[in-house]
Design a binder for this molecule. Structure first.
Ligand SMILES: [Zn+2]
Ligand SMILES: [Zn+2]
Length: 262
């Protein structure tokens, strides 16, 4: 099922920003022009998590990635953009990313797609996390569809590749649109940093391995939205990220199994 918002022309849909929470949402500038997708970012929760609205510019079908909270405001933003929401996509089971998914599903009937089943224990823990972090209404849920490495999700006429990138959480996935040269990577990689790995079942070596073997092969020109903070490109991070730049990893090569991926 989906909800349909009043239509505006595509030019308007690509030019608007709308207030959500304490900050205005903003449109992500795409390196590829003309681009087949639109991207708007809405920081939500006290952690300013980058809830990301993506859409097919031809059909105006949209998905909302990681609605951590502010569900009514996000649905209002979708309507103002003139988009039809098709699905809720989840990168991983942390409260700030998935805490609003159950409420959004209740209000829209939309499918929840992702993350990877290894994050079930994080999703089950959302109510307890919510009590601790001032989001007492956050609820757990059962995804309509779990995702795995190599899966594909479609949105209107656009195709999104799914990569399993464990390390920050064991069931973290990222979404990649090859034509648009765009990825939403959640808490795997940030501008100038990488995801925390001090949580239960986090693993720093797995995280670095996922970045090098899953993200870097997608291309230096890929623009990414991280789970928090500003956007960047994989190439910029390979040049300057203190944790995963080519130079940093050259000085301290990560351990890989002898017969593992190159
Ligand atoms: Zn996280
Ligand atoms: Zn986060």
């Amino acid at each position: 099922m989906s909800i349909t918002a009043p239509k505006v022309n595509e030019r308007d849909a690509g030019a608007r920003t709308v207030p959500v929470g304490r900050r205005d949402g903003y449109l992500c500038r795409m390196s590829q022009s003309p681009t087949p997708i639109g991207v708007a970012i809405f920081p939500v929760t006290p952690l300013q998590q980058n809830c990301t609205l993506v859409w097919c510019r031809k059909t105006l079908r949209a998905a909302i990635i990681d609605p951590g909270a502010s569900v009514d405001a996000l649905l209002g933003a979708v309507a103002k953009q003139g988009l039809t929401l098709d699905a809720i996509w989840i990168t991983h089971g942390h409260l700030d990313h998935a805490g609003g998914a159950a409420e959004m599903q209740d209000k829209t009937g939309l499918d929840i797609i992702g993350p990877h089943p290894e994050d079930q224990f994080w999703i089950d823990g959302i109510p307890a996390q919510g009590q601790l972090y001032g989001m007492p209404d956050a609820r757990s849920f059962t995804p309509t569809r779990w995702l795995g490495d190599g899966d594909v999700v479609t949105l209107g006429e656009t195709i999104w590749e799914v990569y399993h990138c464990p390390g920050h959480t064991p069931g973290h996935v990222i979404f990649f649109n090859r034509l648009a040269r765009f990825a939403q990577v959640g808490d795997v990689l940030f501008q100038g940093s990488v995801g925390r790995t001090d949580f239960p079942r986090s693993d720093h070596a797995s995280l670095l391995n996922a970045i090098v073997t899953k993200l870097w092969p997608l291309g230096d020109d890929v623009t990414f939205v991280p789970g928090h903070g500003p956007t960047s490109t994989f190439g910029a991070e390979r040049r300057s990220n203190p944790y995963v730049s080519d130079a940093a990893l050259g000085r301290a090569p990560i351990a890989r199994p002898a017969n593992g991926p190159a």
